[in-house]
Design a protein around this ligand. Structure first.
Ligand code: PPS
Length: 575
């Protein structure tokens, strides 16, 4: 069932069935249990089926998973650094319990629109030790790492392993002209006669430093260049891929003709630093490239919860070096590029003399300048790229934003949110929506109770609505209890992708809320008439770093709302 394609880059395992077999399997699919793929799983499946993840032929079995986790190898010894797992809920797992290599159970895999992408013949059903996975794969069990956070808070608790068979490739409606499977890219290289190809991985807009670096890398490797940005899932908070791809198309024109090509990679990144670099390299080999650029802090996840970097800046290069003989693709290591004022040119940091003047703009500073409409110098980027970024991300005072109030029942969230609503309406300019706890529970979540699962669902629904409002330039004020740190973080990530997010902890102490007891709920909770009552018989996890913390004992609702307006002005969201 697996077709082999073999130009340079080694054999490619393509998992799509021929059309007759696909139609036959699709006709049976109604009898299989069906799993609705998450975005990440859909990205993984696309690369499993098109050969991007060769030599994998499916989601990892338990033996492969443990071996990859502990030794960066499949059980047969092949180098493979990243667990590619199909995580499901305990509830779903009951449908495949008992599956084995002798008696696989076939599951239909569908995308969010219910399109049948393929099936998995499940042979393994296993429960991972997620902390161990985090430590081995990401180097730390620290939820500040986006990959670890995903593992603990998004991924299901059961993994299914087994081969996949492809029926229909996932559909992409955007940038079709830039999407190529490994087979298509290999054919393209063959057609244009490119034999040495160096790939550049990126999840950010490219500026002049990147252009210089990639151009030099191609020269050094005596190769053509493939700009191969990730458009599947990147780090939460990154610039959306639509904007980035428009920028890549512009920067492509800055390279000499016929030297460089652009293609999009539907990969879901894990931000796993060194391991991820090795994984990225193997993927690029599958796409027909002969070389791969690894720069400073490749696929870096940012700081850990102690404020330190998870990985050293050149750890990824070291790990790549360790496996150079079996990777099947060469590394072009690069030090950070910096602009030297005297030379009017970029140079690798290692080639700059201490007496020379280096000009730098941090990522944060670039974002600030974009958001506030401040000039970005020509030495940093190309005007057309800057213009495109500005077009997609208007200044903060024209972006949407969400204010999430969190705090105990009776802490004053609702009252302050109402006061803020009036003040923002008075200012005008953007539509304002109040998603109050009680209102949401009536209109959006009427079937939900107060178990952990239900509360999480409730907050995620609020987050979803707020993110849509934010995306469309409005203001969403939300006032649920939102007692769990992890759920608030998920909401933050959803919203920061679209605009501003301000968390307000209404930190009125429990004794005060209980004494007020406006709805008489605390008394009933104390008597045991209401179960799982926040603060009494259910936890409230205090936010560690909210943008604003208020205690309503000290300030009136009017004053509190006024303080928030001032903070929003300071942050640039209102002018
Ligand atoms: S959550 O945890 O964010 O989903 O809660 P939320 O949607 O904000 O709903 C809280 C309001 O529901 C009432 N209520 C309870 N709160 C906490 N625990 C339990 N068990 C419970 N049962 C009912 C309570 O009036 C909350 O309203 P506020 O406005 O916060 O006082």
């Amino acid at each position: 069932m697996t077709r082999l394609v073999e130009p340079h880059g080694g054999s490619l395992k393509v998992g799509y069935l021929a059309s007759d077999a696909a139609a036959e399997l699709a006709a049976q699919a109604g009898d299989f249990p069906e799993w609705s793929l998450t975005h990440r799983q859909l990205c993984d499946l696309e690369l499993l089926l098109n050969g991007g993840f060769s030599p994998l032929e499916g989601f990892l079995t338990q033996a492969d998973y443990e071996s990859v986790r502990d030794d960066m190898r499949l059980a047969d010894g092949t180098l493979w650094p990243m667990p590619i797992t199909l995580d499901v809920s305990e509830e779903f797992a009951t449908k495949v319990e008992g599956a084995s290599a002798d008696k696989p159970i076939t599951v239909a895999l569908r995308d969010a629109e219910h399109v049948l992408i393929g099936v998995i013949d499940v042979t393994d059903v296993y429960r991972p030790d997620k902390s161990l996975e985090a430590k081995h794969v990401f180097g730390a069990d620290d939820s500040a790492h986006p990959g670890v956070h995903y593992l603990h808070n998004r991924a299901g608790s059961v993994y299914l392993g087994g081969r996949v068979r492809g029926i229909e490739a996932p559909t992409h409606y955007d940038f079709k002209h830039l999407r190529n499977s490994p087979t298509q890219l290999r054919e393209f290289f063959e057609k244009v006669g490119w034999t040495r190809i160096v790939a550049f991985q990126t999840r950010n807009p490219m500026h002049r430093a990147h252009q210089e670096l990639t151009f030099r890398a191609a020269q050094e490797a005596e190769a053509n260049l493939l700009i191969h940005p990730v458009v599947g899932m990147t780090k939460p908070g990154d610039i959306d891929h639509f904007t980035r791809v428009r920028c890549y198309e512009l920067i492509l024109k800055r390279y000499p003709e016929q030297t460089t090509s652009l293609s999009l990679l539907p990969l879901a990144m894990r931000m796993g630093g060194p391991r991820e670099a090795v994984w990225h390299a193997i993927i690029r080999k599958n796409y027909g490239c002969t070389h791969f650029i690894v720069g400073r802090d490749h696929a870096g996840p940012g700081k850990n919860s102690a404020g330190e970097d998870f990985y050293g800046p050149y750890d990824a290069q070291d790990l790549m070096e360790r496996y150079r003989d079996e990777l099947g693709i060469g590394m072009v290591p690069f030090k950070e590029m910096a602009f030297v004022e005297e030379r009017g040119q970029y140079a690798p940091a290692s080639e700059i003399d201490a007496s020379e003047t280096v000009l730098k703009l941090s990522g944060t500073e670039v974002r600030r300048r974009l958001e506030e409409g401040i000039d970005i110098p020509d030495w940093f980027s190309y005007p057309e790229v800057v213009q495109e970024l500005r077009r997609s991300r208007p200044p903060k005072n024209r972006q949407g934003f969400t204010v999430l109030f969190t705090g105990l029942s009776g802490s004053g969230k609702s009252t302050i949110a109402h006061a803020l609503l009036s003040k923002l309406m008075e200012l005008g300019g953007r539509p304002v929506t109040l998603l109050d706890g009680d209102v949401v529970r009536k209109h959006l979540s009427s079937e939900l109770g107060f178990s952990k699962e239900h509360r999480e669902l409730n907050i995620q629904r609020i987050g979803f609505v707020a993110s849509e409002i934010t995306k469309n330039g409005g203001i969403a004020l939300c006032a649920p209890i939102a007692p769990y740190t992890a759920t608030r973080r998920i909401v933050r990530e959803m919203i920061e992708a679209e605009g501003g997010f301000v968390e307000v902890h209404v930190a009125t102490p429990l004794e005060v809320c209980e004494e007020r007891d406006r709805k008489g709920l605390y008394a009933r909770a104390r008597r045991g008439e209401i179960k799982n009552f926040t603060g009494i018989s259910d936890p409230y996890e205090e936010p560690q770093n909210p943008e604003i913390r208020l205690d309503t004992q000290d300030v009136s609702p009017d004053q509190a709302a006024h303080d928030i307006v001032l903070k929003l002005e300071k942050m640039g969201y209102i002018k």
